[in-house]
Each structure stands twice: as structure tokens, then as C-alpha cells.
Design a protein. Structure first.
Length: 89
């Protein structure tokens, strides 16, 4: 994984453990997922809200470290509101 990528682990609805990573490309966040370490990363077209919120949490923690700008956090919040209008951030 490159330096600009953010990764985390979560459980799928069926209980399997998944590795997820996201990175910023051209102003858009791209998500990838795999279930085991040596499997290929598969792109995720419509990531669930859980992944968006995990990404937002990670970006919030990286802004003070100057890995991301505060504008990146604001843009990410806007994208989440567009995709999930019922969520209160």
C-alpha cells in the first residue's frame, strides 16, 4: 500500500473478516476490499456507510499530522451527505 492509502478491517454481514483500504485519486475516494492477505484487492463500486464513516474517522486523525488537509475532511463529509442524506455527521 502506498503512503496515501488508509486501511482498516471489518466484518462482512456473513461474519467473514475483510480488509478494506481507500485512497484519494483525482479528488474522488476509491475503495478496495479483500478477505485474505495474499488475495488481490477488488474495487468496491458502492461502499457501505460503515466504510465511509471509518474513512472519515481516519482522515480526521490524519489532518493534525498534516497528511491530509482540512479541506479533504470537509469534501469527504460532503460526499457522505450526498450518498447518505439520512446520516447526521
Amino acid at each position: 500500500m502506498a503512503k496515501a492509502e488508509i486501511s482498516w478491517k471489518r466484518r462482512a454481514p456473513d461474519g467473514t473478516r475483510l480488509q478494506v483500504y481507500a485512497h484519494l485519486v483525482g479528488g474522488e475516494w476509491r475503495f478496495y476490499i479483500r478477505s485474505r492477505r495474499y488475495e488481490r484487492w477488488m474495487p468496491v463500486k458502492d461502499p457501505p456507510l460503515e466504510d465511509w464513516l471509518a474513512l472519515l474517522d481516519a482522515v480526521r486523525r490524519l489532518v493534525p499530522r498534516r497528511r491530509y488537509q482540512p479541506e479533504d475532511e470537509a469534501h469527504l463529509r460532503q460526499r457522505i451527505r450526498e450518498r447518505f442524506p439520512e446520516v447526521d455527521l
